[in-house]
Design a protein around this ligand. Structure first.
Ligand SMILES: [Fe+2]
Length: 260
């Protein structure tokens, strides 16, 4: 089954969750378009990292379907906040099983794809995760984070129309951010959605993702798309933020110079 058919399956499934209300439908369409962009990102990462063959094929499917749980989640709960509704990665696993997606794969390969979908939103991938699952999950997570990075920045742009669901209803105060979130990111650790208070905290969390991306191709994509510059252009310009900015740029240079 060609990839275009799988894309069509996801599109039909997503569109079944539209209800004619513009705000509701905006969120469904946002996640469908996100899924298709994550697929594109994943293919760039696979190529850049020379990951080929069956593992690349399975990863491609996992990237396309990684957020399938978002559609029933939004339709049922009207939120993308897992803490207030349901873990959308696990809901994705159940949805794939019910829909028998993706079609044309062996039961074993479908299980692997579901497992990667279930891991796409866990805080960390355990070091003892077996292959090919570990690689599949890492590529999907990087591809996903790169796209979430631009979605959130676009929604936090001062000229953008505010969509509270997308930015998890955070306080939109251009001058404030939480010290705890800042320190976590400065220590190059993954921030927790539960600790976000201000919209700037979300931007800090995104910047923190830079340090935990698995592949240098992913860092290159972030750099090429100017996402770090865009993030710092929104944050306040105090000394602490400038320290983090220097650190982020140094990190990107280091990673990209080491890319073959
Ligand atoms: Fe997700």
């Amino acid at each position: 089954m060609p990839l275009s058919d799988h894309k069509r399956s996801l599109t039909v499934f997503a569109n079944n969750h539209l209800n004619g209300d513009p705000d509701h439908d905006y969120h469904i369409t946002l996640k469908l378009e996100h899924s298709l962009r994550v697929l594109k990102n994943a293919r760039i990462i696979l190529e850049g990292e020379s990951i080929v063959g069956r593992i690349a094929q399975l990863t491609t499917q996992a990237s396309l379907f990684h957020d399938i749980g978002r559609f029933p989640q939004y339709a049922r709960y009207g939120t993308f906040k897992d803490a207030d509704s349901i873990n959308h990665g696990r809901l994705g696993v159940l949805t794939l099983r019910n829909q028998e997606f993706p079609r044309g794969f062996s039961a074993k390969d479908q299980r692997l794809i579901r497992a990667a979908v279930g891991l796409h939103n866990v805080k960390e991938i355990r070091k003892d995760t077996p292959e090919p699952l570990a690689t599949m999950a890492h590529v999907v997570r990087d591809a996903d984070r790169i796209d979430i990075f631009s979605i959130i920045l676009d929604h936090l742009d001062p000229t953008a129309e505010s969509k509270p669901v997308v930015i998890h209803s955070l306080i939109h105060d251009p001058q404030h951010y939480s010290e705890e979130v800042y320190q976590t990111v400065l220590a190059e650790k993954t921030g927790d959605y539960g600790h976000l208070r201000y919209s700037n905290d979300f931007i800090l969390l995104l910047i923190g993702w830079l340090f935990v991306l698995k592949y240098s191709t992913s860092v290159r994509l972030i750099a090429e798309r100017g996402l770090i510059e865009q993030a710092f252009s929104i944050l306040p310009k105090d000394d602490k933020i400038l320290t983090l900015k220097d650190k982020s740029h140094a990190f990107m240079r280091y990673k990209i110079e080491r890319t073959p």
